[in-house]
Design a binder for this molecule. Sequence first.
Ligand code: NAP
Length: 252
Amino acid sequence: MSSNTEKIAFITGANRGLGLETAREIGKAGVKVLLGSRNLEAGEKAAATLQEEGIQAEAIKFDLIKKEDHTALQAYLETHYGRLDILVNNAAFTLEGNASDLGPHNTVLTVSSEALRETFDVNFFSVVDLTRTLLPLLRKAPAARIVNVSSILGSLTLHSDPNSPFVFDYKSFAYGTSKSALNAFTIYLAHALRDTPIKVNSAHPGWVKTDLGGANATLELSEGGKTSAALALLGETGPSGAFIHFGETIPW
Ligand SMILES: NC(=O)c1ccc[n+]([C@@H]2O[C@H](COP(=O)([O-])OP(=O)(O)OC[C@H]3O[C@@H](n4cnc5c(N)ncnc54)[C@H](OP(=O)(O)O)[C@@H]3O)[C@@H](O)[C@H]2O)c1
């Protein structure tokens, strides 16, 4: 396995929130971090902040739903690095409301089909497309890591358990099921790659104070990148095909 200082990581949605924090954590370990950002200016500002902290960071204009951005990224990585060591599929969104503003709810009867499709397009289909596009570059790394940033809200076990304190009564249908589908991708991809050194895992970062998590979240931003970063930096004996929160397994 190469040392961290020789590794390249690409993180989607890395201009703010958990993506930026995860890039900071991975960058502090010596890895060069490429910050995917829909808005290049915002990405460059984020990269400059990390550079001031001594981290090797570079901004890349990247919109997850634009196929041309996927192929441009692939070509850029091929030309400049010839491989990709770490892919963090972090970018996601919800159309069903901020987690701090919502109490118990269930949108299965009300969320529009358009919103359902739009959510799946970003949170699931585009992640599958990007990962498959970058797989040849991930295979060229000595032991690549793929982190799918999921959520406890994607756990079907917790959704179906009346004793699950928070998740049972927090049912944003589009967002939650997009993360359940993402978790399925983790399991299928880990299985397909089980005879390679590549590890694929789902992360639950925790409920974190970001624009998505809202002000009532229980974790500070500085804690929020730790689970994804740990999975990005997993050693040889680490798991693959697991759903992890701060080192603990979450039920699917
Ligand atoms: N915060 C929590 O409590 C929490 C809990 C569980 C899981 N998560 C997961 O953690 C991840 C990050 O969430 P966050 O809280 O950091 O959210 P956030 O603060 O809302 O940031 C989301 C990031 O994703 C980017 N993004 C959204 N749509 C995109 C697209 N189509 N293409 C490229 N980038 C796009 C945003 O870019 P722009 O700046 O351009 O909008 C932004 O950089 C998500 O997968 C989320 O589901 C968060």
